[in-house]
Design a protein around this ligand. Structure first.
Ligand SMILES: Cc1ncc(COP(=O)(O)O)c(C=O)c1O
Length: 427
């Protein structure tokens, strides 16, 4: 074990789970270089953050220039970059989002979005969807149900959070229509038995469940949620912290859906690595939120918002390439599924792809050992990815948008070899 890892483990709280013991010293594009000069292709993107690749020159340049001029305001002084970033956000987000505020993390943006929904409706209930991840702060963890371990030891959580099922057709062995109908019935029953709609401020939904297993919400399900919300005066919050900024090969997952949100939380790739998040909603709703009723010292930092503006200037050009990469990845992964019985399902949206590994296709038994074996093989071959899902059996395949077709093919070949080795060893 290198000296750094020993020092790290001696002083850093182990609750913060690091995925590798690689001692990184520099990074560029999809490649991270370690202290011994080895290079690893980063197919985790710092968990969905470096969507433009590490140290994208456009981001580095504006961040450096802003650093040299003015680092911090703390909502005292006014400055260009926060206004630039908000104007650019307004141009690319769904139509109801007219005004914005910035924060530091995804969890903080989610909590602010829910506070806004509660304040503007005067209602307290929040409907979340089982399998969702919305963060791990004391408020956001009450909305997170991707894994019970995140909630373990912290009860009681926030009251009046109601958990509805989210369609997981593959896991439930159902058709998509059966899964949607089941979920919608459960929400209707929730309104009948658990909470009347007039007490519900918002639906909080990830359009593609991320940490919970890379499940895209079906179009009909999203439309039905939007219709129920409109019928009962409930707001719809899309949590696009992970799905946003090119991850689905569009600016936002919302671009894939007919149903649009009233409020949206964003984070992760917004500034390609600088800590920043944002939330936005309709002009009137946001203007009715009393001045100072919510806030943060560091949110909307000048350097981070300058980086965000650069991300929004740069990413649009890459979206057509991202769509091509997505198509190629799905075509190739579908072929891999035909070849490897260990692959139970391949699903996702754009470049947010889950490859679910199972011990037995008939029972769909999650196989985390297979995932670990493929992950080990990948690391031996300088490919880094991380898992998702409560059983840690789903390969979270999230290449940066700057990945070349050759690099994408190579990564899929490495996974293919890893699966072949695993299947040979097990037979
Ligand atoms: C959809 C979603 N919401 C919220 C969060 C929380 O973001 P953060 O870790 O920046 O607080 C995440 C993080 O993975 C996420 O994927």
């Amino acid at each position: 074990m290198s000296d750094l890892i020993k020092r790290h483990d001696d002083v850093i709280a182990p609750v913060i789970a690091f995925d590798t013991t690689v001692h990184a010293v520099s990074a560029e594009g999809i490649w991270v270089t370690d202290v011994e000069g080895r290079r690893f292709a980063d197919f985790a993107c710092g968990i969905g953050v470096t969507n433009l690749g590490h140290n994208h020159p456009a981001v580095v340049e504006v961040a450096k220039s802003q650093l040299e001029r003015f680092i911090h305001s703390g909502a005292t002084w006014r400055y260009d970059s926060i206004v630039d970033a908000a104007e650019k956000l307004r141009a690319i987000t769904p139509p109801r989002l007219e005004k914005f505020a910035f924060a530091n993390s995804g969890a903080e943006a989610v909590e602010a979005a829910v506070k806004l929904a509660k304040y503007s409706t005067g209602r307290q209930g929040v409907i979340v969807f089982r399998g969702s991840f919305h963060g791990r702060t004391m408020g956001s963890v009450a909305y997170t149900t991707s894994n019970a371990k995140y909630r373990d030891g912290y009860h009681p959580l926030l009251p009046s959070v109601f958990v509805a099922p989210f369609p997981h057709p593959y896991r439930w062995g159902m058709t998509e229509d059966e899964a949607i109908d089941h979920c919608l019935d459960e929400i209707r029953l929730m309104f009948k038995h658990v909470v009347t709609p007039k007490n519900v401020a918002c639906f909080l939904i990830e359009p593609v469940q991320g940490e919970g297993g890379y499940y895209p919400a079906p179009q009909r399900f999203m439309n039905a949620i939007r219709e129920m919300a409109d019928e009962h005066g409930i707001l719809v919050i899309f949590d696009e912290v992970q799905t946003g900024f090119g991850r689905t090969a569009e600016w936002f997952a919302a671009d894939h859906y007919e149903a649009k949100p009233d409020i949206m939380s964003m984070g992760k790739a917004i500034a390609n690595g600088l800590p920043l998040s944002a939330y936005g909603g309709p002009r009137e709703m946001i203007d009715n939120w009393p001045v100072g009723a919510h806030g943060t010292t560091f949110g909307g930092n000048p350097v981070a918002t300058a980086a965000a503006a650069a991300v929004m200037d740069t990413m649009g050009e890459l979206l057509p390439h991202a769509r091509d990469l997505s198509k190629r990845a799905f075509d190739r992964l579908d072929d891999l599924k035909a070849k490897h019985p260990t692959i139970g399902d391949v699903r996702g949206l754009g470049l947010m792809i889950g490859i679910e590994l199972v011990a037995d296709r008939d029972t769909r038994t999650p196989d985390s050992r297979a995932l670990e074996a493929v992950q080990r093989h990948a690391m031996e071959n300088q490919l880094m990815f991380i898992p998702c899902g409560p059983d840690k059996n789903i390969i979270r395949f999230i290449p940066a948008l700057v990945t070349t077709t050759e690099e994408l093919d190579w990564a899929i070949d490495v996974i293919d070899e890893g699966l072949t080795r695993w299947e040979q060893d097990e037979s």
